[in-house]
Design a protein around this ligand. Structure first.
Ligand code: UDP
Length: 477
């Protein structure tokens, strides 16, 4: 089988210099000590991250800064992306959906699927064995890479499987996916999950819980002043106004970037003005993100008399390599949008963001989240929900489903509003309306939200936890 393993080139970013101004002295000294210990511990070893896409989705989003900071701390951290054919990604999307307790495309996870999955793993392995050495540490991310655990262990590497997805209440569908994965992941030297509730019983004892994190200095999350925010959004076409202000952001390597591409937008009626409050959800076009439910909830339960507009933004559907359902889900959303009454349609835009340049895409998401009066994440299942942390970091109030990792982030009533039943569109509408009507409360929640992210969900905590797990593993050897 002709599949290509590729390496994502990531430049080192100086970890300590970056975070010193942001952290309090105690937190900073923990980070400094951890970086020193990590350098010592990992001398002569490479830490490999292996996943299945270089752009789009939470895993890629998180790997880029973690790899950059790890390298900046003087550790040889690298990132490889496996190859696969369309059938492989259909199978792994099926597993992904079932780990979230939903059926997905309804296909099997039987012998034929396992045979195909194994073939793709073998093809990737042929290339991996050339670079992974005895004593290296390999972090395999998600079901797409689970089949690499044993082959890499045979080379003498320490292999950690990290699963970013899951549900608190597993059902038969979730068990099917776990049955598929079990023989492959059980032998791993360590298992990492975002919440302990996601682990099936046979794995629970061994799980290290490491919640994801965001990078406060990435193009996605760096500070962006109001004129730039407005200018970026006017340039891509989401709001009206003057796009002439420097449409600028900072790339990871420190060089300046400019937003050149525009968005593909489905809209009826005039472009919202820069002062119209925006309700925003940013997600991949995935049914579990329930973009269609957000649209309906907004159309039916958020006061049409106000000037609020809804923006549902996702990647351009050709942009995410390991997500074959994107185009279909976007199409469903467009169909649902067409059936809305004209007045509702005029307040709702479906936006596909350019993916030609990930950092440009990130800068647009940054602007959208910062401009939002309310950020929503009404997912039906969510491993963590980086978009929630991203919005919280920007001081925005969030209305989000009380599920999975979102529950670890949002403290109901303090840093946002949690929806006990994500399918209750009236409750969703009420929560959004409340926040739109009370900007002071929204700002208070936003400020508390930013503080919570600073304390729990930024890269230093994540790197320190990795260091602890690596140390324990190597000590055990
Ligand atoms: N994202 C993006 N551009 C898009 C849509 C999503 O950069 O057009 C990012 C989003 O900002 C977040 C990530 O993709 O960083 C999605 O991560 P999350 O954990 O919310 O969900 P996942 O896609 O992993 O299910």
């Amino acid at each position: 089988m002709d599949v290509k393993l590729s390496e994502v080139a990531v430049q080192a970013v100086p970890l300590l210099e970056r975070f010193e101004p942001l952290l309090d002295p105690e937190a900073f000294s923990l980070l400094r000590d951890a970086a020193e210990a990590g350098r010592e511990l990992l001398r002569g070893r490479t830490v490999w991250n292996v996943n299945s896409t270089a752009t789009g989705g939470g895993v890629a989003e998180m790997l880029a800064p973690l790899v950059a900071y790890g390298r900046g701390a003087g550790i040889d951290v690298r990132w490889l992306v496996i190859g696969g054919d369309a059938e492989f990604f259909r199978i792994t999307k099926r597993i992904h959906n079932r780990l979230h307790a939903v059926e997905g495309d309804g296909g099997d996870l039987g012998d034929a699927e396992r045979a195909h999955y194994d073939r793709v793993m073998r093809a990737n392995c042929d290339e991996l064995t050339a670079v992974v050495h005895e004593g290296d540490i390999v972090l395999l991310h998600d079901p797409q890479t689970a089949g690499l655990v044993e082959p890499l262990q045979r080379l003498g590497a320490l292999v950690i499987w990290r699963c970013h997805v899951g549900v608190d209440q597993r059902n038969d569908l979730a068990e099917q996916a776990w049955d598929f994965l079990r023989p492959m992941v059980e032998p791993a030297d360590a298992i990492i999950m975002s919440r302990k509730e996601f682990a099936p019983d046979w794995l629970a004892e061994r799980v290290h819980v490491v919640p994801p994190s965001i990078d406060p200095f990435s193009a996605k999350n760096e500070d962006m002043d109001r004129p730039t925010v407005r200018s970026v959004l006017a340039h891509v076409g989401v709001i009206s106004g003057d796009p002439d202000h420097a449409v600028a952001y900072t790339r990871r390597d420190g060089s300046p970037g400019r937003v050149d591409h525009v968005a593909d937008i489905v809209r009826a009626g005039p472009v919202p003005g820069p002062d119209s409050p925006l309700v925003v959800q940013v997600s991949r076009w995935d049914r579990l993100k329930d973009m269609a439910g957000v649209m309906l909830g907004f159309a039916e339960h958020v006061d049409g008399g106000g000037d609020a507009h809804l923006v549902l933004a996702g990647p351009n559907v050709t942009g995410v390599a390991d997500d074959p359902e994107g185009a279909e889900v976007l199409q469903e959303c467009i169909e649902a949008w067409r059936t809305l009454p004209h007045a509702a349609r005029a307040r709702i835009q479906l936006v596909c963001l350019p993916m030609a340049d990930v950092e440009e895409n990130a800068a647009i998401v940054n602007a959208l989240q910062r401009h939002a009066a309310v950020v929503v994440q009404k997912s039906l299942a969510e491993g963590f929900g980086l978009t929630v942390a991203e919005a919280m970091w920007k001081g925005r109030p969030v209305v989000a489903s009380a599920i999975g990792g979102i529950r670890d982030q949002v403290v109901h009533g303090e840093t946002g509003i949690l929806l006990d039943d994500p399918t209750d569109l009236a409750a969703f509408g009420r929560a959004v309306t409340e926040l739109l009507a009370d900007p002071e409360r929204a700002d208070r929640m936003g400020a508390a939200a930013r503080q919570r992210v600073l304390e729990r969900f930024i890269a230093p905590r994540h790197l320190i936890q990795y260091g602890e797990i690596f140390a324990a593993l190597l000590a055990g050897r």
